[in-house]
Design a protein around this ligand. Structure first.
Ligand SMILES: Cc1cc2nc3c(=O)[nH]c(=O)nc-3n(C[C@H](O)[C@H](O)[C@H](O)COP(=O)(O)OP(=O)(O)OC[C@H]3O[C@@H](n4cnc5c(N)ncnc54)[C@H](O)[C@@H]3O)c2cc1C
Length: 209
């Protein structure tokens, strides 16, 4: 992890203004290819962490970007991507995880499965339904009501540190909401889930500002 950080790989997709490398898509693809040829688990870590960093770059408010991007770029904080559920993989339009609006924030309830690097990540980009809309939240590992359960004994990519996330009225502040877009249609969710490794890129044209 230290050498990975020293090479600047955690910040591959973070703009240089926030301490990252600002790679374009081709350079990032080549980096994935090179790392994946050596170790698919390391490549998986790069993928999910970068999806979180890219989402924060695209969707985060100025305050959220300033808070998170330098930490994600340096690898001081590692991100993981939490879309899949037991009954909702490709069919992400059927997400069960719910976000209930409460004073000063949200209560998230649901379960996420197959979360790459979940055992180690400091922050999760969690997808949920909030008042009928698709929404994405940054949930810190120590958020009250979040339990991380390791998935062990997988046949491959054993260093991917897969985990389940159990969210039980998990409380997050208002600032955790990264995006909520009424215009996201089911088709977008489905295509994004089918190619989840590129999901952030699939959502990007729908930027909600
Ligand atoms: C090692 C590993 C790491 C993972 N890491 C993450 C992660 O970090 N974060 C995360 O959110 N998820 C993660 N996942 C979950 C992964 O994204 C899902 O497994 C994937 O989205 C497929 O969902 P599913 O397993 O429910 O399969 P299903 O959605 O049930 O699909 C099963 C099969 O049916 C096909 N299919 C589905 N719908 C249709 C359709 N409408 N028409 C035709 N064919 C269809 C699919 O292509 C597939 O072949 C990971 C999974 C694995 C195995």
């Amino acid at each position: 992890m230290d050498s990975f950080a020293a090479e600047g790989f955690f910040g591959a997709l973070v703009p240089d203004a926030h301490g990252g490398q600002g790679y374009d898509a081709v350079s990032f693809g080549l980096l994935n290819e090179a790392l994946g040829a050596a170790c698919s688990s390391v490549r998986s870590m790069l993928t999910v962490h970068s999806m979180v960093a890219h989402a924060v770059t695209r969707w985060g408010s100025v305050a959220v970007r300033e808070r998170w991007l330098p930490a994600l770029a340096s690898g001081k904080r590692v991100g993981a991507f939490a879309l899949t559920e037991e009954g909702s993989g490709s069919d992400a339009g059927n997400l069960d995880t719910r976000a209930e609006r409460v004073e000063g924030g949200y209560l998230l309830t649901g379960e996420k499965k197959w979360i790459t690097y979940g055992q180690r990540a400091d922050v999760f980009l969690v997808f949920a339904r909030s008042e009928g809309e698709a929404a994405a939240f940054l949930v810190e590992r120590d958020a009250p009501g979040l339990e991380v359960v390791p998935i062990n004994g997988v046949l491959g990519t054993r260093a991917s540190m897969l985990a389940e996330l159990r969210l039980t009225a998990c409380r997050v502040p208002d600032s955790a909401l990264i995006a909520a877009c009424p215009q996201w249609r089911r088709a977008h969710w489905t295509s994004a889930a089918t190619a989840w490794r590129g999901a952030v890129w699939a959502f990007s044209p729908l930027r909600c500002d």
